[in-house]
Design a protein. Structure first.
Ligand code: AMP
Ligand code: MG
Length: 528
């Protein structure tokens, strides 16, 4: 039951989205769950936000963040959006189980706070408005893991559980994730009003994004990708074209970041694409174990539309949907296409920049683009020939160079068969991969030696660019199994490790190992 007294999070609420007008959302109350309890609190995020230290102990906060009581200052609502799902227009969707509490001023800037799994909304369609503990743990942990990896994402403040039951393939426990983000506006919000021919609302929404989030979308020297000066001027003078370009740029960067940690989203429908270029809506995602470029992480995605190597193209396709929706505002088809097609320049250049950083090849090495592209292409080929573990490969390469520099201070002559490279060489055990690996490795070591930087510095950079820990499916699964038995300690351990994924954490070495055999039987689908 909703209690009368409102819980306070000690925040100042501004709720700007709630002022947009009622054709953007429906006001409602969350539906309470029985016997709610904390599963995990993200104290690190709470501290960053500047929440009062006693926030979790304040009366009514547990209930408030589980949808069972009101939080002072909140203005609860569900927003309406539409979207393309698996390549087809799906019509109206909307927040079917996420309820906006409001937007608060925090030390991280203004943040919207949402309760995912807090009950039915007018947009629930055939769903029950709930989220299961299993998928809520995955979202809670993964969003923090992504943040710690330096990848733009929505975040999670806490996770609460309940004795309430929900029905999926089997009976499961309900949970609520408290998500935070500067905004949860999706491509699908724009598609919704465009499809209805409601240009006034479309403009209101675009103006809202431009007014409130330009500081998050713009970047210095951002139009440099366009060689044509006249085109740059044209874009600058059209606020909606400029917004589309900025979203394109943010999305291109996000895709490059995902690819470089082996992240597969699993359901890149346009309603799951953030207008701010954030990773949004964690469902059947996966960090790849073995490097298989066409790996499909979502068992519902039988055609592989959202396979790992398809993601950058899908993002471009999704951006076209956004561009189409914004066309009535931009008013110039050619200009829209220019703002979208620059993706083909931006994405590969972001990816190259990140991969070179992972390889320890900084600007000082001044590697020409064609050499870099060839080096990266060959490496991906070798990695796929071996189907080497993605995260272990990159981390082992970094530690190999680090060990070499420790043992051979000042030496710049590196040969593939040095004792310190035993471990990395051993990763390429199959005969087809072995010779290709040695050829690539020799070429790479030559490039590394050609720079003026010290090897210790280079390997230090690499250890900061290649995480030791990612949320592998089997790690999440173990935490889920314990949590389903009422033991949340594994969630806490994972939160700690994944919040500092570049640290060694020697006591948690096994969390960095290849998956056990049973991991191959884990199936992750859209069911959540
Ligand atoms: P997703 O693929 O999880 O991003 O969800 C697509 C649409 O289905 C969105 O409108 C969601 O709000 C809605 N949805 C997903 N699961 C549920 C649920 N259990 N209850 C109500 N709506 C849901
Ligand atoms: Mg979604």
């Amino acid at each position: 039951m909703h209690t009368q007294a409102k819980a306070s999070l000690g925040l100042n609420w501004i709720n700007r989205f709630a002022q947009l007008g009622e054709n953007f959302f429906t006001r409602l109350r969350p539906t309470p769950l029985p016997d709610v309890r904390w599963v995990s609190c993200n104290h690190g995020l709470a501290l960053e936000m500047g929440l009062p230290p006693d926030w979790i102990n304040r009366p009514g906060v547990l209930e408030g963040l589980s949808g069972c009581a009101q939080i002072a200052g909140s203005d609860t609502l569900a927003s309406v959006y539409s979207g393309h799902q698996f390549g087809h227009w799906a019509g109206q969707l909307g927040d079917g189980r996420a309820i906006y509490l409001g937007e608060a001023q925090t030390d991280l800037g203004n943040l919207e706070i949402q309760l995912k799994g807090a009950g039915l909304t007018p947009y629930s369609r055939s769903g029950d408005g709930r989220a299961v503990l299993r998928s809520s743990i995955r979202e809670y942990l993964c969003s923090e893991a992504m943040h710690a990896l330096g990848i733009p994402t929505t975040r999670a403040l806490c996770l609460t559980g309940s004795r309430g039951i929900v029905y999926r393939e089997e009976v499961e426990r309900a949970a609520v994730v408290t998500r935070v983000s500067p905004s949860f506006i999706r491509f699908g919000h724009f598609e919704h009003f465009a499809a209805k021919g409601d240009t006034a609302s479309l403009r209101t929404l675009a103006d809202f994004v431009i007014t409130h989030y330009t500081h998050l979308l713009e970047e210095s020297e951002e139009l440099e990708a366009f060689e044509n000066e006249a085109l740059r001027t044209q874009i600058t003078q059209n606020p909606y074209a400029l917004m589309l370009y900025r979203v394109t740029r943010k999305t291109a960067k996000l895709m490059a970041l995902w690819q470089c940690v082996g992240f597969c989203h699993g359901v890149m429908n346009t309603d799951n694409m953030s207008i701010l270029g954030l990773t949004l809506d964690y469902g059947p995602f996966q960090f790849m174990d073995a490097f298989v470029p066409d790996h499909i992480c979502n068992h519902t995605d039988q055609g592989g539309r959202y396979a790992y190597d398809q993601q950058p193209n899908v993002a471009y396709w999704n951006l076209y949907c956004l561009g189409q929706a914004l066309l009535p505002l931009i008013g110039d088809k050619d200009l829209s296409v220019e703002c979208l097609d620059i993706y083909k320049v931006l994405y590969p250049s972001f990816k190259q920049e990140i991969v070179l950083r992972k390889l320890g090849l900084s600007k000082l090495h001044s590697i020409p683009t064609d050499v870099a592209q060839e080096l990266i292409g060959k490496l991906e080929k070798v990695m796929s020939l071996q189907e080497v573990d993605f995260t272990i490969f990159w981390r082992t390469l970094s530690t190999a160079l680090s060990h070499f520099s420790e043992k051979n201070p000042g030496t710049n002559t590196l040969t593939t068969h040095s004792a310190e490279f035993k471990e990395i060489n051993a990763l390429f055990s199959n005969t087809r991969a072995q010779s290709a690996w040695h050829e690539w490795f020799a070429e790479y070591l030559k490039l590394i030696s050609s720079g003026s930087e010290d090897l210790a510095e280079i390997s230090g950079m690499m250890l900061d660019a290649n995480p030791k820990f990612v949320l592998r499916n089997h790690l999440g699964e173990a935490a889920i199994k314990s949590a389903q038995r009422g033991d949340f300690s594994e969630v806490q351990i994972l939160l700690k490790i994944l919040s500092t994924p570049f640290d060694e954490h020697p006591e948690f070495q096994s969390y960095a190992d290849t998956p056990p055999d049973w991991a191959s039987s884990i199936t992750i689908s859209c069911s959540s």
